[in-house]
Design a protein around this ligand. Structure first.
Ligand code: ZN
Ligand code: CU
Length: 493
């Protein structure tokens, strides 16, 4: 045995799904340090740790492109909710909210309270946020965006109006500083109150800082209901004016009157995609989740309370039951629960399937890790796409499901050395059983690890094995400067 045939980790006898969408092939994978060093028939190699995959699947670690894990990666760094699904990288700072750059003097308004409800949880500079991750790394890699609402909170005394020219200037300076520190892009949450009064021009002015830095833009659009087509056009206009790749977050058509309208939105997105870099992400459920507000409730067929500051005991219960018990209308119950969060059943199953099947759709959980009774997407998204939608429903082949959570998002976010299995790539890996993989988190019991995930490796180190976190935290805060071009979606085999 020669020196070179000795590696750190060998996974033998695997069905290799490489992340490009290519059909699985049988073989072994060798890892040394944080890199994949060989793939193929590697019978001449040996390793300190050898694992027989028994013919099960090995794929690149999954990339969760839509998360609100900004604080969770610091407060709960083993990140069991994600590594238990095979996730090795999370994208944070979505929906307009991030923990930096901001030094709030009071608790920030909803929806920022979903990621940080206390001033001391925020970071005055983006560099400070990323170096906190360097010092206490989580089990997953982190790709962090700056939130537009966070920028507004830092620059404006009231959020219910457009930013003045001076305020835009100040926000842009902070955005540029954050990009220089390593933020990968800027997200907006134009739907939410802290940003709803921002005109398109305000976003464009800020987004113009992105292209020169090689950064990207993602958006929780202004409207996902009756005026969704206008919101799509606004998103495309921002992308074109700022010459920046855009990601439409958690694409959905919400509310019964809009069910079925993905037959309008997806062709519109496909047409834009032919002209400019546009992508979208989606979670595999018919319910959304965010802060509780009585206005948004109106179009939901069912509402489950996920947390409530004054009434923590009702987390997990239906709002209708709470209202009945309290002898009041649901809107009044919602007011009495404030501040609070909720799950809203607002989508149609056919729309969810159509969006999942869209060729440029990436998978993003949108999980809310600090909720006391979270939406099951926090623990179930990736296994649900692989088990339920790919294997059981047959929406697409397994290797295509894997591409939507690996090669495709890696290309979109410029993670050039991740999201694919090839020698030289970082050793972010998941070993799973295609026959048994399944989400086990439910509306009633949302914090259940998935079935069928046998081994998860981040940067060459094992984070999940035999149904439990190993406690190792090999994740890295990835900087914009370490990444490649964004907004590509043609994955080359
Ligand atoms: Zn959102
Ligand atoms: Cu979100």
């Amino acid at each position: 045995m020669t020196e070179s045939s000795k590696v750190d980790l060998l996974i033998r006898n695997a069905q290799i799904i490489d992340g490009t969408g290519a059909p699985p092939r049988h073989g072994d994978i060798a890892v040394t340090d944080d890199q994949i060093v060989a793939i193929g028939a590697l019978s001449d190699m040996s390793a300190a740790t050898e694992i027989d995959a028994g013919g099960k699947a090995v794929a690149p670690g999954f990339i969760d492109v839509h998360t609100h894990d900004d604080r969770a990666v610091l407060s709960d760094p083993t990140m069991a909710c994600k590594v238990s699904q095979g996730v090795t990288t999370v994208v944070t700072g979505n929906c307009g909210i991030s923990l930096a750059p901001l030094a709030p003097s009071a608790p920030p308004p909803p929806p920022a309270d979903l990621i940080g409800d206390r001033p001391d949880q925020y970071f005055q500079s983006f560099a400070g946020y990323l170096s906190a991750l360097d010092k206490e790394p989580p089990a997953v890699n982190v790709v962090a965006q700056v939130g537009h609402s966070t920028l507004r909170m830092g620059a404006m005394d009231s959020l219910d109006r457009p930013a003045s020219a001076n305020e835009v200037k100040r926000m842009r300076a902070r955005l540029e500083e954050s990009l220089a520190a390593g933020a990968v892009g800027m997200s907006t949450g134009l739907f939410y109150q802290p940003a709803n009064a921002a005109p398109t021009e305000e976003v464009i002015e800020l987004a113009r800082a992105l292209a020169p830095a090689g950064a990207m833009h993602s958006t929780h659009m202004r409207d996902e209901t009756a005026h969704i087509l206008d919101s799509l056009d606004e998103t495309f206009a921002i992308g074109r004016a700022a010459d920046v790749p855009v990601v439409i977050s958690h694409h959905k058509c919400a509310g019964a009157p809009n069910h079925g309208r993905t037959t309008e939105t997806l062709p519109r997105i496909a047409a834009a995609h032919a002209e400019q870099p546009v992508a979208l992400d989606v979670y595999p459920y018919v319910a959304g989740s965010t802060v509780l507000d009585s206005g948004r409730m109106m179009n939901a067929r069912r509402v489950i309370v996920t947390w409530s500051k004054p009434h923590p005991e009702v987390a997990g219960r239906d709002l209708s039951d709470i209202a009945e018990e309290w002898g009041c209308a649901q809107a009044e119950a919602a007011d009495r629960l404030q501040p609070a969060g909720a799950i809203y059943f607002i989508m149609d199953e056919e729309d969810v399937r159509r969006v999942l099947s869209f060729p440029h759709a990436m998978i993003g959980s949108d999980g809310l890790p600090h909720d006391s009774h979270p939406h099951p997407r926090l623990w179930g998204t990736f296994p649900r796409v692989l088990g339920h939608y790919a294997r059981d429903v047959g929406l697409f082949p397994l290797e295509e499901a894997v591409r939507r959570m690996t090669g495709l998002p890696a290309a979109q976010f410029g993670l050039t050395d991740r999201g694919m299995l090839r020698p030289g790539a970082y050793a972010d890996l998941v070993l799973f059983d295609p026959d048994t993989i399944a989400d086990r988190s439910t509306w009633e019991e949302p914090m259940q690890p998935a079935a069928g995930i046998e081994l998860v490796v981040t940067n060459g180190r094992i984070t999940w094995r035999n149904g439990a976190s190993t406690g190792d935290r090999p994740g890295r805060a990835l900087r914009l400067q370490d990444l490649g071009p964004k907004g590509r979606d043609a994955v080359m085999a």
